[in-house]
Design a protein around this ligand. Sequence first.
Ligand SMILES: *Cc1c(COP(=O)(O)O)cnc(C)c1O
Length: 228
Amino acid sequence: MQNIVTRLRGAREQIAKAERRCDRAPGEVTLLAISKSQPITALQAAIDAGQFLFGENYVQEALPKIEALHHPKLQWHFVGDIQRNKAKLIAQHFHWVHSITRASVAEALNKHRSPEQGPLNVCIQINISDESSKAGIALAELPVLAHAIAALPHLTLRGLMAIPAPNFDEKTQREIFHHIAQALAQLQKLGLACDTLSMGMSHDFEAAIAEGATIVRIGQAIFGPRSG
Ligand SMILES: *Cc1c(COP(=O)(O)O)cnc(C)c1O
């Protein structure tokens, strides 16, 4: 577990360096630790090292972790594909959802979010680079979905999420992230108060920070290679 502490510190330092290099304010970029396939002990080690934001891809895997781990600062982000029949559990147990691609799913999350919890923070997942993956909507569909979500009282539309295909060089990574940042600016021009660009993973977070990422989602660079 010492490795996790060391890698976590390394990732934070690289983020801080990238912020300085790109004239971003210190602390402007939030580190979301993606803990899919990691055991509770690994998350606990990260919590002990001051990491409180975790991202999970599967509801069934996340729930035991959410139940077992306790810290007042803990925040759970859902970043995986959303099945309609899981919307209730996601709305009840998570603080953020990064991966909305359909109005019907947004409506289901809205319906199951209890007002006492406060609004669920959500991002729309965009796909502009990875034809092999069906996750994410085309940019042309964005305004309609964004307005539909903005009308839901128990959701707060925070911005956009993207997972570019993994095999690009840095120039191409930056072009894709630049596109996503422009799409966020478009939403802001439409009067939507969005502030979040969830983009950048272990292999491309520096390019994402250069193009305006506010949340980077990092798994393997913190927890080590995934076995499964
Ligand atoms: C797994 C995953 C990540 C983290 O990927 P790493 O390569 O481990 O950094 C980020 N975002 C999403 C949506 C993921 O599924």
